[in-house]
Design a binder for this molecule. Structure first.
Ligand SMILES: [Mg+2]
Length: 281
């Protein structure tokens, strides 16, 4: 028995469960332990494109945002006139726009790591559709006089902003215009753009699928440090930080690989398998 299996079985109190796992681990799948034959991303993509649970996590998050909006409007009603207008600041990709069909294409193309060329072609062709509940949320905010601002980091060259706004509009989202959308190319640090909005608006909440959508201080390269920093702010999640699921990309990947979009190499596959066993801290 290898050290990994001993660690895995330790703490599993029920003998029958441990026995079942032992049989599984000792079975004919041993040859599949080589990183070369693993489909590193397939299960993650299967989840995001099929699981109703994923869709309902989006609905749940937007429901929280709507409740926050109603509550903020009630609060403003009790305040003096002249208070700053209310707004949300939202990320774009995998927050209000779904990348699911991109990942389906990527897997169909036999790829197992993020592919910039495919991504750029897909966004240029208006590949994204709205995430579940995003259109309803932005339209509801609009109907209540609350603005939604989009702050995203993308780089498809000089027409990045134009493509991004076209994507928002194509998906049917409210506030799909240059006055409400910033697609910044140079840096993933969103705080200057977010602060410029916060200077003029009372921000009800931030929406995003990446910790970096909430605070730049989470932009660290260690799995454990990231977790610690987020946990320090745990009370803010579901309140002024509204988080959406993304199990295929984001800075959690950067914490594992040192880069957000690692190329598909034998080292990448080996390190992903280590991470999946809790061995990358
Ligand atoms: Mg995102």
């Amino acid at each position: 028995m290898g050290i990994e299996r001993r660690t895995m079985l330790k703490g599993l109190g029920a003998g029958s469960v441990a026995g079942g796992l032992a049989m599984f681990a000792a079975g004919p799948a041993k040859a599949d332990a080589s990183p070369d034959v693993h489909s590193i991303l397939s299960a993650a993509v299967a989840w995001r494109v099929t699981a109703a649970e994923r869709d309902m996590l989006y609905r749940q998050a937007f429901n929280i945002a709507c409740e926050k909006l109603d509550s903020a409007l009630r609060g403003v009603g009790q305040q003096r006139r002249g208070a700053r207008p209310l707004a949300f600041i939202s990320d774009v990709d995998d927050t209000v726009l779904s990348s699911n069909s991109y990942w389906e294409l990527l897997i169909a193309a036999g790829k197992q790591a993020f592919d910039d060329e495919l991504w750029d072609a897909w966004v240029r062709e208006n590949g994204p559709i709205a995430t579940p509940g995003a259109v309803e949320f932005t339209r509801y905010a609009e109907s209540r006089g609350v603005e939604v601002f989009y702050v995203s980091q993308r780089d498809q060259g000089p027409d990045t902003q134009q493509i991004g706004v076209a994507n928002l509009r194509h998906a049917g989202l409210a506030f799909a215009d240059d006055a409400h959308a910033v697609f910044q190319r140079e840096s993933s640090n969103k705080e200057p753009a977010q602060q410029a909005i916060a200077d003029k608006y009372e921000v009800i909440a931030y929406l995003g699928d990446n910790l970096n959508d909430f605070r730049r201080r989470y932009y660290v390269k260690s799995v454990e440090e990231r977790r610690t920093l987020a946990t320090e702010d745990a009370d803010r999640f579901g309140r002024d930080f509204i988080l959406f699921p993304n199990n295929t990309d984001g800075h959690w990947m950067r914490a594992i690989f040192g880069t957000s979009e690692p190329a598909d190499t034998p080292e990448y596959r080996a390190r992903m398998l280590l991470a999946a066993q809790g061995k990358v801290l």
